[in-house]
Design a binder for this molecule. Sequence first.
Ligand SMILES: [Zn+2]
Length: 250
Amino acid sequence: MFRIRILRQRQDNYSYLIQSGQQVWCIDPAEAQPVLQLLQRERLQLVAILNSHAHADHCGANLSLQQASGCPIFGADQRIPGLTTELTTTAQDAALPFRVLFTPGHTRGDCCYLLTDGVETPALFSGDCLFIGGCGRLFEGSAAQLYQSLQQFNTLPDHCQLYCGHDYALDNYRFASRLLPDCREIRHQLQHYEERQRQGQPSVPAQLGDERRANPFLRCHQAALAQVLGCPAAAPVEVFRRLRLAKDQA
Ligand SMILES: [Zn+2]
């Protein structure tokens, strides 16, 4: 069985350690020192690093960790520091317990990692593609591209756990509730994440089903959303484009 450990890094980043026995896989390490200390303290072996994309707050610790452990580094972007295996196919790499989903949009080389075997509930590590209550900014891709990337999650079950790359839940749901103040699901999520913050709890994991009911970026087919964004007859992808723009300007 895998155990998923959440590491808060930098200002609001989440890195993850996926542990089986004494072996760990590390997703998106930003800071090396806390990871190295934990490895040493618990005598864990770093098997591999997996990066969701090439931004420094997701792979800043790659080279230090690689130097200390000699571990391989996986990702879908050649710009990732220390990359040893570029992931190019969704077929599961025998060396990895994860499935890879290619999700360009935030950058052109984004991918997400899905863990389904060896866990009670499937876990999606979504990097800066899908956030709780939001989605990533468009740095290199188009709105249509990120919209398509997000559609890949439609086949995942409601009870799938969402582990994203930043703690933006409160900010995102505050924005969502300003946009759609009458939405009960959004209000409920906002209260939930305010409570978690009061208790000093991380926002992750969320349930994908809750996100489908409340996260406006997963609800671009909704008439109320199209209405409030001033495009009542628009296709969902256009609603998405306007929504992303509105969030950028919020
Ligand atoms: Zn990023």
